[in-house]
Ligand binder design. Sequence first.
Ligand SMILES: [Zn+2]
Length: 248
Amino acid sequence: MLKAIDMHTHINHGSAHDTQVNEVYTADFDELMKINRGTGIEMMFCSTFASVLSDEEVEQENEYLFNLAGTNDDLYQWVVIDPRNDRTFEQARGMLESEKCVGIKIHPSCHDYSLLDFGDKIFSFASEFGAIVLTHPTDNILTYADKYPEMTLIMAHLGGVEFVDAVEFAKHGNVYTDTSGIASSKNKMIEYAVNRIGSEKILFGTDTYSAAFQRGRIEFALISDEDKSNILRYNSERLFEKTLKNRK
Ligand SMILES: [Zn+2]
């Protein structure tokens, strides 16, 4: 089985802003790693749930994940920026240089701001580092992708025609999307996307939904084996090459 890369997920770790867990759902790091082993996922790229669901403790959450990634070979970090908190930019400045940080994560809807107000601040910073930015889907993506060609933008949760449009119409080819979340469960979503834009800009992620379900969506999609392998692993290998080249 091809070793997959889950480039979009989260963990809880006992914060007040964790997601709600119960008998039938977990976001515990050790349990997710166990699930990964069962589903052939070699590594995961992560931010804590608390850092994206709330804007109260973003710095502490970044620090927590930075340290955890430092001691777990198969865990990589997305550093979360809140554009109203300049200290998170300073933090990202340092973390983006580290061996385990894959890029910047933003969550305009949960952090409750508009990209129209803060897009230039975020993306000019990302440009300076040639960084990859993972964002919850939001409007005006192309405005910024076209204005800042040095950065790469990943629109999470492939779930409709507009995601495919964004990838296709980006003037500089710097927009990607990921399959994490349940929107990709629409029964022609992956097939439609690959037919229109090919598989090279589509990345595999789980967002903590069942990895078996998420992987199965790709494994049993009506696309070629080469496209499946691109999505499950090789596209992330290529896109995150700068970080992954340090991998032992
Ligand atoms: Zn997410």
